[in-house]
Design a protein around this ligand. Structure first.
Ligand code: PMV
Length: 319
């Protein structure tokens, strides 16, 4: 028995940084993201007779480092008395490099697991289960513009706009494709324990979410850009103020921010956001994507530029 699912990563315009409950991986704040269309992870889960322990292949190579997290996610979905499975994942973009590969991987994993174990769980529950493995993964269960809300006991995801309601383009400038030095999970815990800015970050999030929600409802790119850049730089300030400090940027990341400022000064409606990695994501109208792409590709230190529209939520490909 075998099932294959696909999911796209999502890019947060109002970020999640910090956990309220470590054991259940509940985020300390809500967040809003855009699901991408062209970057993806395909995940195959297969029940194989005679297999004693779970096995994991990532892009064709056995991966023991990620296996525990994958097995744990499968236990959360199907229980610990489930049969062992062979899991195989394939992504068309660099993984663990601040490009939300865990979001697409775990969103696809819960959808494939739901099918292979014949559970037929509702999407809201799949989102909650994916969120236990990676906070941002819950958002990739839905397409378009997605808000993740957190209450005392659980998370929930809702669609603010569908995938075709506001045709923006996301241009990703890759400045270093290698894995990040500190995982986002570890880094946000260091921030919670040590950053003097952490409490202020949590306190201001509701206001940032309301502003971004209003901008998305009005499809006002400039308004969304202003709050998204502010929220992103505030999250990085929390990291910079942590002990030890965490600096995910390199010189090319900063050069890309400068490129975005120059584009804005020349009248291009574009904004940037950066996650726990050195890559910069620029968001603009489809009509400006070629200009933004060319400017980022010409920026010193950029090794590759990828582009995506707004995409659909995680879905089953085959069983
Ligand atoms: O879901 P995680 O553990 O990969 O954390 C994601 C954290 C950020 O990407 C930095 C922000 C976000 O909301 O996606």
């Amino acid at each position: 028995m075998r099932a294959t699912a696909i999911a796209q990563p999502n890019i947060a315009v109002v970020k999640y940084w910090g956990k309220r409950d470590l054991a259940r991986n509940l985020p300390a704040v809500g967040s809003i993201s855009i699901t991408l269309s062209t970057l993806y992870t395909e995940m195959q889960v297969e029940i194989e007779t005679g297999l004693v322990d779970d096995a994991l292949l990532v892009n064709g190579a056995e991966n023991r480092t990620l296996l525990a997290r994958v097995s744990n996610c499968l236990n959360i979905v199907a229980g610990t008395d489930r049969p062992a499975v062979r899991v195989s994942s394939r992504s068309n973009f660099p993984i663990a490099a601040g490009l939300a590969s865990s979001a697409s991987a775990f969103a696809a994993l819960v959808v494939a697991a739901d099918a292979v174990f014949a559970l037929s769980l509702p999407r809201a529950q799949l989102a909650s289960l994916a969120g236990r493995a990676s906070g941002s993964a819950a958002r990739s269960l839905l397409g378009g513009f997605v808000e993740l809300e957190n209450d005392a006991n659980d998370i929930s995801v809702t669609n603010l706009l569908g995938a075709t309601d506001w045709p923006l383009e996301i241009v990703v400038a890759i400045t270093a494709p290698g894995p990040k030095p500190v995982s986002s999970g570890d880094a946000m815990e260091i921030s919670r324990r040590t950053s003097p800015f952490y409490d202020l970050w949590i306190e201001q999030q509701a206001g940032d979410l309301a502003e971004a929600r209003a901008a998305i409802e009005q499809r006002d790119l400039q308004r969304l850009g202003a709050i998204a850049e502010h929220n992103c730089l505030k999250m990085h300030s929390v990291m910079l103020g942590s002990r030890p400090p965490m600096i995910y940027w390199n010189s090319a990341t900063v050069a890309c921010m400068q490129t975005i400022r120059e584009l804005q000064a020349s009248g291009v409606n574009v904004f940037f956001t950066i996650d726990a990695g050195p890559q910069l994501k620029a968001i603009c109208a489809a009509t400006d994507a070629a200009t933004v792409r060319a400017a980022l590709a010409a920026t010193d230190g950029v090794v590759e530029v990828m582009q995506s529209g707004v995409g659909e939520g995680a879905r089953l490909l085959s069983t």
